[in-house]
Design a protein around this ligand. Structure first.
Ligand code: GLU
Length: 402
């Protein structure tokens, strides 16, 4: 049998910085095993907890606006069914795969336990770059994704409750809720609680948008106000005048910067996926956001030095600062850059931003790492309040007065 030329196939390229690092799922399991060593429960229980209980991948066709048809791949992983429903975000990104989704669902279980929120962890996503699709196309994708989850019994207020994540937001959650309630609204009195992160008019809750960033700020504020940690890691107590750099200026990065600067810290650098700015004099998050929304890049911003060349803009993470906040994707602090960072504190706003080797280097260098499981739970915490409000069928004010 003659096989077609191998040149026809596209092989995935590995980020050279991550070649000597475990894959993301393996990395999460290594962290899990390390933590499990200090818990005195039998290994077989640990193994039961460790593995995802159900992971699905499915494909569906999308009719594009020009009439062509594309096959879209989507995922959902339910890591722990110990508490129900399961809960976790929905990613729209072209880099995602089934193993990343599983790893993120495991992190959700752990994060929810750390914060005593009674859900099992889950995560899902659609493998598309939302920037390359029209709103109508995204509407069709979201409706079909929800429909497929519903058919497989992977969504519902008592089953599995998706929230927003990378590449999704209020609009996506509203579409999911609308699709689910169209299908089950008459049968399921709690249909509106099938997703969280909805707009207020659609059953959402005030403050959900900024909640993850606010949680990041609270966590960092508590750490910098702790005299023991300050002495151990060599920083002064208090948030006032602390300099920080943020990597990823999406919802989480922006809101964390807004709250940090609002309490007297100084934003000196921002690294985005295509550009970066460094300004030791300080940056205003609102001005940068307005510029980014208009120009789709940070390059050319009127203050500080801006970069658009990949190697140069990633170097902004290595500039001196008190606090570095990775708020983008997993595995961005690794063997290749952990020894170059000049921060005293690393605040993990993203999920799993530090690899095992990266973490070891930071530990050797006495850099304080505030782990994602502690720092980025603000979003899912407020999602929990939204879900409670939906199940109560009351406005939140009424619930509180009672
Ligand atoms: N995506 C967020 C997280 O990783 C929140 C998910 C949710 O609200 O369900 O924690």
């Amino acid at each position: 049998m003659i096989f077609p030329s191998m040149n026809k196939f596209k092989f995935s390229t590995v980020d050279k910085n991550l070649q000597n690092e475990p894959e993301f799922l393996e990395m999460v399991q290594i962290y899990f095993d390390e933590a499990a060593k200090v818990i005195d429960i039998p290994r077989y229980y640990i193994d039961v907890i460790k593995h995802a209980k159900a992971v699905i991948r499915f494909n569906f066709p999308l009719i594009r606006d020009d009439g062509s048809i594309e096959v879209i791949t989507a995922f959902r992983s339910q890591h722990s069914l110990h508490y129900l429903p399961t809960k976790g975000g929905t990613r729209y990104a072209d880099h995602i795969d089934i193993s990343e989704t599983e790893a993120l669902s495991a992190l959700m279980t752990l994060k929810l336990s750390v914060h005593n929120i009674p859900y099992g962890g889950a995560k899902g996503g659609v493998k598309i770059d939302p920037k390359k699709y029209s709103q109508n196309e995204l509407l069709r994708v979201t409706r079909r994704y929800t429909l497929e989850l519903a058919k497989k019994n992977f969504i519902g207020a008592g089953i599995d409750v998706p929230g927003p994540d990378l590449g999704t937001g209020e609009w996506t959650m509203n579409c999911m809720k609308d699709t689910y309630t169209t299908l089950y609204g008459e049968k399921d009195v709690n249909a509106v609680g099938c997703v969280t992160g909805k707009s207020v008019a659609q059953g959402g809750i005030d403050g959900r948008q900024e909640s993850t960033g606010l949680g990041v700020y609270y966590g960092i504020r508590e750490a910098v106000n702790n005299p023991y940690l300050a002495e151990k890691h060599g920083f002064t107590v208090g948030i006032q005048d602390k300099t920080f750099i943020v990597q990823g200026f999406g919802n989480v990065g922006y809101w964390a910067s807004k709250f940090m600067t609002g309490s007297g810290a100084k934003l000196v650098g921002i690294v985005e996926w295509n550009s970066a700015i460094y300004n030791p004099e300080g940056l205003d998050p609102d001005e940068v956001l307005a510029y980014k929304n208009k120009h789709k890049t940070l390059h050319g911003f009127h203050q500080g030095t801006t970069y658009s060349d990949k190697d140069a803009f990633l170097d902004v993470m290595h500039e001196p600062c008190d606090i570095l906040i990775p708020a983008a994707v997993e595995r961005s602090i690794h063997l290749g850059n952990a020894d170059k960072l000049q921060c005293k504190i690393l605040g993990e706003a993203a999920n799993g931003p530090t690899t095992v080797n990266g973490n070891n280097i930071l530990e050797e260098r006495n850099i304080l790492v505030i782990p994602d499981l502690v720092l980025n739970a603000g979003g899912v915490t407020v999602s929990y309040f939204e879900w409670l409000k939906n199940l109560e069928h009351k406005q939140l004010g009424l619930l509180i007065r009672r």
